[in-house]
Design a protein around this ligand. Structure first.
Ligand code: 3EB
Length: 322
């Protein structure tokens, strides 16, 4: 482990710095945030908006490496990344290895996982009779269980998107205390999906609420799509899928408001990332988003990616630090 000065103050004694995330064009991104996601570098095509999300909090950063994993820690928050080449391994083995590194890093730092971003190449291809996304799910879940996570209901918020090539790219944010996971009453919790969606369910919560420091509350909403119960809705109809996705986002926001008295967030308060399977759908989806949440639509980042079920054309993730 390669530790840079200065060592952190014990995190119980220093005040919790406010977590913030800012969007930049790749050329303008700050050199040393807690961590950043350069979407183009992760293999996604930026359709509109600035393509780097920089997560920042305190300035006293330590950083280090553990195998192929890199992390930065400000004493309260930790942001990490790991990029694993496939080298002939199955996606299940790859996901399990990547998440084992993540959990070993988090155990060393005593930090709980808050949010993960997962990017994997050729997500729909078949490998030994199982779609690669489903293989990924099997490996991810196995790593959670191996790490001693006995209740998948506490899983982090997440997204999982397909890229054209490259290896498995994982980005993650860990916090200073346990977060409050949220579910969407319109949807079956993903960790309880039936075996129709794969032998092992995906390991994520629909959203998490947390203390974001500086007196603020953080709401991180997972990738959200046109799913009701556990069924994909409106196959082939991008406009209806967008409307259903917005209804799901509203339902998660209602769950967040119910969980946290005084939280007054609506769609327009969210920072949105919109993933489109087909770039040509951008104008239609943008028009619907502008009608539902004009201010949020104006700030949104638009990316092209494969969404983890073939029939899904649009997925939206969001965060707000209120
Ligand atoms: C869904 O709701 C759509 O596997 O980490 C959304 C967010 C989706 C996260 C993941 C998958 C993931 O099932 C897909």
């Amino acid at each position: 482990m390669d530790i840079r000065v200065p060592p952190p103050a014990a995190h119980s004694s220093s005040p919790l710095p406010a977590l913030r995330v800012q969007r930049f064009a790749a050329s303008a991104a700050p050199p040393a945030p807690l961590g950043q996601i350069d979407y183009a570098q992760a293999g996604l095509r930026v359709l509109a908006g600035d393509g780097v999300d920089a997560w920042c909090a305190g300035d006293s950063l330590r950083e280090g490496r553990q195998g192929l994993l890199q992390w930065r820690d400000d004493g309260h928050w930790l942001f990490g990344s790991i990029d694993l080449p496939e080298q002939g391994r199955s996606l299940a083995a790859l996901a399990e290895a990547a998440y084992a590194e993540v959990f070993s890093c988090l155990a060393a730092h005593g930090r709980p996982l808050v949010r993960t971003w997962n990017y994997l190449p050729r997500i729909h291809d078949d490998c030994a009779g199982l779609e690669r996304y489903r293989q990924f799910n099997a490996g991810r879940q196995a790593a959670f269980i191996a790490a001693g996570v006995d209740n998948l209901a506490g899983a982090p918020a997440a997204c999982c998107l397909g890229t054209a090539d490259g290896g498995l790219s994982l980005r993650f944010l860990a916090g200073h205390c346990r977060v409050q996971p949220l579910e969407n009453p319109r949807q079956v919790p993903a960790w309880r999906y039936s075996r129709r969606w794969g032998p092992k369910s995906p390991t994520f919560s629909r959203a998490v609420l947390m203390d974001a420091g500086g007196g603020r509350t953080g709401l991180l909403i997972s990738g959200t799509a046109s799913i009701v119960g556990e069924e994909s809705q409106h196959e082939g109809d991008v406009q209806a899928q967008t409307a259903e996705t917005l209804d799901n986002l509203r339902a998660v926001l209602a769950a967040a408001r119910a969980a946290k008295a005084g939280l007054a967030l609506d769609l327009d308060a969210l920072e949105l990332t919109v993933y489109l399977r087909r770039p040509a759908d951008l104008p239609q989806v943008r028009a619907l988003l502008q009608a539902a949440a004009p201010a949020a639509a104006a700030r949104a980042l638009w990316l092209q990616a494969d969404i983890c079920r073939r029939e899904l054309l649009v997925e939206i993730e969001a965060h707000a630090l209120a």
